[in-house]
Ligand binder design. Structure first.
Ligand code: ZN
Length: 158
């Protein structure tokens, strides 16, 4: 799952924020240039290629935990919810979903189907993000070099 990430420009106070892949870790651009005032902000981050092997292991460990929690956890949770709402019989109906459909169609769809689809969508983007990690690291490094030593705030907080 994406996490909320925010920071402020040290010069003009412009607020950077987004929902980011990757969470809070040692990984990131050491310098971020404010797109509002052009001030170069120093960060606590390090590019992947410059991280020590221990830091790399710790960043990857964090990513694997996320993959298990949100990627695999999301799939397991959606299967459990699907089983209890769509498959398991209840109140004399074939399923909780059918029971709810008999009461209110839209309520049934919103309460039962949206959480399952939402969880599957989050799990999918989490798993995809994990397998694209090295591509993402490389992408940020290329931008960083192209800009000659920083990422624009909109490139990191996209
Ligand atoms: Zn600024």
């Amino acid at each position: 799952m994406a996490v909320y990430r925010f920071s402020k420009c040290g010069n003009c106070g412009h607020r950077f924020e987004n929902m980011a892949e990757g969470g809070d870790s040692a990984y990131g651009p050491p310098f971020i240039k404010c797109s509002s005032c052009n001030h170069l902000n120093k960060t606590k981050y390090t590019l992947w290629r410059d991280l020590s092997i221990l830091k790399k292991i710790s960043v990857m460990f964090g990513q694997i935990i996320r993959l298990i929690m949100y990627g695999i956890g999301g799939i397991v949770a959606s299967i459990l919810i699907a089983y209890h709402t769509l498959i398991k019989s209840s109140n004399g109906f074939d399923s909780n979903f059918e029971y709810m459909l008999s009461i209110n169609k839209w309520y049934a769809i919103i309460i039962f189907l949206l959480p399952i689809l939402g969880l599957l969508y989050l799990a999918k983007s989490e798993i995809k993000g994990f397998f694209n990690l090295f591509k993402t690291f490389k992408y940020h490094e290329n931008l960083y070099d192209k800009n000659k030593g920083f990422l624009w705030s909109y490139e990191w907080f996209d």
